[in-house]
Design a protein. Structure first.
Lengths: 343, 255
């Protein structure tokens, strides 16, 4: 069972004036570092441990949130899967009928607030930046030109959330229990599902699209020259991608993944890290709706991991004119690996 | 050669895998009557009339043996400053144990031009991309008329701008971090390094590269090396992740 924000209105409309039977929780989410910079777009969840009912909202640009229409009781509040920040949990947050409980949350970042900039850097990544506006540009061949530097974004699951097969569920639980680090912690690639979050540069030619994401991933090549997938591909982190135009939509089909990557957490629209197998088949639909926005709908189909295919969607904004992708060398000054569990 | 670091061995294994999926005919390749690529056909042109350097390239075998090991192979006297000569000799003597490549760090420029791994060039009117298979680092050459930045963030691959002089692409690069080696032997660099490169596609299958190293903290005057790259037709990059199954580092000499 899930609360819906409009529940109160609905009940009013049917004549049952029981609105005042509920209360709300509101506050701000700020960085724990420094004076506290607002953390936008963070998902805040309230769960009633007795009824198992839950409600989730995302914070606004100023870090504020409001969970309303909550029946009185003690709630578990959690903020999870905010890129760069460590999850927050608090139990026993009381909600009284007709009242608002104030709860400000200070999130620790993944450097444990040691960056020394008051959390500004990480909060900046999540914030909306000014976006150039104008019509969709066209390439010389008349196709929409998707080229540009596209900012960090967060993917949302479309439709039914993914359901793990028991074997995959067991593996995800094992990772959690043993603190098994994800590949990116070992400077290995994050794979396609992390590209929703990464800022990336897309370069389009008539026969080829290149995506370089300035992060953990090797450059990604998407062939537009009508070739098919090889019959016996070498399984890889990024897979083998071919694309074609369906009107103004670039449809990209990718297979040939290795089974070492993960389909990850908030980065990929999932609530937890999920394994992936060599059966993974990813379909992405890229559309540049105007100069400043790139919409990407992704279907993940991995019959070795999920009960059925699921979809995610992210919308990236074009970076301001003076931004460039910088060099990132993960292994440089690396000092963490020897401290990881099990190493 | 006595200074092969373990990563070089890994690199050799990696390139041996390249026969696995990569036999797709490259678009726009001129063909001989028997269907093989005509590598001595004229260099192709881009839509804007410039020579098109796009393609998959790797240093010619002869040049590779020379330059991968020693960028100064054809230079009579590499004009070392005393401290850099001492460092170079130390690297030769200790088997290159501090080689960044052995730690899966980037080759930097120009060393990457002599890599055993191929490089894919993607050329557009305003930008040219070098996608280097090893070690998964790319390089952008801005062709949009911008100038080199005054205070660039020091990096392995530097900051590069280019322009056309006739049929040659002339590239100026700066903003290097001074940690990269010019070659496997270990010719040093500093953060004062300024590179001038000249790329000319002499015919369909061959690319000439001229490299001028200007690094006043390391060498007493600029010096120049040339090399030739061969087109690898009907093939492509394969994914190379240097840190994958990395088990060499613990065996590197004198660690």
């Amino acid at each position: 069972m899930t609360f819906v924000k409009g529940t109160c209105l609905l009940w009013l409309a049917t004549g049952a004036a029981i609105c005042a039977d509920t209360g709300s929780i509101s506050g701000k989410i700020l960085t724990a570092a420094g004076a506290g910079a607002p953390v936008p777009k963070a998902p805040v969840q309230a769960k009633n441990p007795t009824t198992q009912a839950s409600q989730m909202v995302r914070t606004a640009a100023d870090g504020s949130y409001e969970l309303s229409g909550l029946p009185p009781g003690a709630y578990e509040i959690s903020v999870e899967n905010v890129p760069f920040f460590i999850s927050f949990h608090q139990t026993g947050v009381r909600v009284a009928a007709g009242a608002t409980t104030r709860l400000d949350i200070h999130l620790n970042d993944i450097t444990l607030n040691t960056l020394g900039d008051g959390g500004v850097e990480f909060a900046y990544f999540l914030a909306d930046k000014p976006t150039p506006s104008g019509p969709t540009p066209r390439a010389s061949d008349g196709k929409p030109d998707l080229s540009g530097i596209w900012q960090s974004s967060i993917a949302d699951t479309l439709g039914a959330p993914p359901e793990l097969l028991p074997s995959a569920e067991a593996m995800a639980k094992r990772w959690q229990a043993s603190n098994e680090p994800p590949p990116t912690t070992l400077c290995l690639p994050g794979g396609i599902s992390t590209q929703s979050f990464s800022e990336y540069q897309l370069v389009q030619t008539p026969n080829l699209v290149v995506i370089v994401d300035g992060g953990f991933n090797p450059p990604r090549l998407i062939y537009l020259d009508a070739r098919e997938h090889p019959k016996d591909y070498n399984p890889s982190w990024m897979g083998h991608s071919i694309g074609h135009w369906d009107g103004d939509m670039l449809v990209v089909d990718t297979v040939g993944f290795n089974d070492r990557g993960r389909l990850g957490t908030a980065l990929g629209g999932l609530s937890q890290d999920a394994p992936r197998t060599e059966k993974l088949h990813v379909t992405e639909r890229f559309r540049r709706s105007d100069l400043g926005h790139l919409e990407v709908e992704t279907t993940y189909d991995d019959p070795g991991t999920f009960k059925k295919p699921f979809k995610t969607r992210y919308v990236k904004a074009l970076a301001p004119r003076d931004e460039e992708i910088l060099e990132y060398v993960c292994a440089e000054n690396e000092r963490d690996v020897r401290h990881l569990p099990g190493r | 050669m006595m200074n092969l670091a373990p990563a070089i061995l890994l690199a050799a294994v990696g390139s041996g895998l390249s026969a696995q999926w990569l036999n797709y005919p490259s678009v726009g390749t001129p063909r001989l009557p028997d269907g093989k690529p005509d590598l001595s056909a004229p260099a192709p042109r881009a839509a804007d009339g410039r020579p098109d350097l796009s393609g998959l390239w790797r240093m010619s075998p002869g040049d590779f043996r020379k330059h991968h090991g020693n960028l100064g192979a054809d230079v009579k006297d590499v004009p070392f400053l005393p401290a850099s000569e001492a460092l170079y000799k130390e690297r030769l003597a200790n088997g290159g144990r501090d080689d960044p490549e052995a730690r899966c760090l980037p080759d930097g420029v120009p060393r990457v031009h002599g890599s055993a791994h191929p490089t894919k060039i993607v050329q557009l009117p305003n930008i040219l991309l070098f996608l280097h298979e090893n070690p998964g680092v790319y390089r952008q050459i801005f062709l949009d008329g911008r100038e080199l930045p005054k205070d660039p963030n020091p990096t392995w691959m530097g900051y590069s701008v280019g322009h056309w002089e006739g049929d040659a692409l002339v590239v100026a690069a700066t903003g290097f971090n001074g940690q990269a080696w010019l070659d496997t032997n270990g010719h040093p660099t500093s953060d004062a390094l300024r590179l001038a490169e000249r790329f000319r596609r002499v015919d369909f299958g061959h690319l000439e590269i001229q490299i001028t190293v200007d690094d006043p903290k390391t060498y007493s005057r600029p010096w120049t090396a040339t090399g030739r790259h061969d087109l690898i037709a009907d093939s492509d990059l394969i994914e190379y992740v240097c840190l994958e199954n990395e088990s060499s580092l613990s065996h590197i000499l004198s660690r």
